[in-house]
Design a protein around this ligand. Sequence first.
Ligand code: HEM
Length: 398
Amino acid sequence: MTEATPRLSIFPLARERTFDPPDELTRRRAEAPLQRMMYGDGHEGWLATGYAESRAILADARFSSRPELMHSALPQRVELRRGPLPPGFFLQMDPPDHTRYRRLLTGQFTVRRMKQLEPRIHDITESRLDAMEREGAPADLVRSFALPIPSLVICEMLGVPYEDREKFQHDSSVILDLEASTDEITAARDDLLAYLGALVAAKRKDPGDDMLSGLTASGELTDAEIAGMGLLLLIAGHETTANMLGLGTFALLTNPRQLAVVRDDPGAVENAVEELLRYLSILHIGPTRTALEDVEIGGTLVRAGESVTLSLGAANRDPERFEGGDTLDVTRSAQGHLSFGHGIHQCLGQQLARVEMRMAYPALLRRFPGLRLAVPPEEVPMRATSAVYGVRRLPVLW
Ligand code: HEM
């Protein structure tokens, strides 16, 4: 590394432009796609911004996802990672524990259940659009559309009563808030776990046709394990898709030619959704992995015990993989993007998220052909300090 570019200290989160990763990450990627970075706890770890390097790390079993091995790239989240992991929260486990939980849950993501959900997603989308029409403009697209659709879908799928949404929407957003204190996050997590634990106990006595009931029927899991899996699904299943819908609509409204393709060409929607996933890369920071042994990645040696934090946003814009990647082009092939991760932890809900987005974007744009921002773009409040990037509110007119 040259003297002009001193070692990066702490993962940068502040973005100069709404839809682009922080410039610092782009600069670092051009300079060295895997380079040293100082962590919040003083650990000398690594930052991965290149596509090939990120993909290689995610695919390599010599890197662990366990929080007790991991250093935090941000100062304020250091203690958090030391808390005990709820049983069943397999996002942060390695094989064989990860394999066991993931296999049991994959058995619940059946083709039948996904097929059953499709007409429900259609109905949910239409009823949200009806409500928007009834209530009239202006509306906050997050509250009226982007958040309720994935929240309702995940509730139906898991068998969580939607009336309880305020609790889980609030608790999830605290857990994902990069500036929340350890106490706040622990309280939100314990609150959600207690709620899910009671729900699972009730389903054991009186099962329904939902995923939590299905997991109790497996006979292989305790209530606490199912509650931990439910916690992971509730957090992963609604905030992510909601932010894709909110931020994606914002991006389309500021790119009218791209918007017209999504609205007018049903054959282009599948590809457009992949490009929006790539271009927006809503995971604001990470994932982070820790080397279990010395590993060489593209000629660079990462030593056992060292953490590597990825920027999927920078990797998905890597010019070596996606030419002109800083431009949103819904007609490009965005295949191979890393927005759902890669390797053994690759997103389990990706097909569901795709179905939701493929239905919701065109339905919204067709129902309201005159959809536009109700405020100048620079006044749209962003979720700059959440692990999942997006808009806090999106005021719209039609
Ligand atoms: C657009 C929406 C979504 C995005 C961008 C997204 C992104 C991701 C990413 C990047 C990972 C991997 C994290 C890692 O490697 O450490 C992941 C894992 C996961 N996601 Fe998603 N996700 C989305 C929607 C969903 C939905 C709707 C569900 C549930 C219904 C879901 C459930 C999960 C689960 C259970 C995992 C953990 C998988 C494992 O550890 O084996 N996600 N997601």
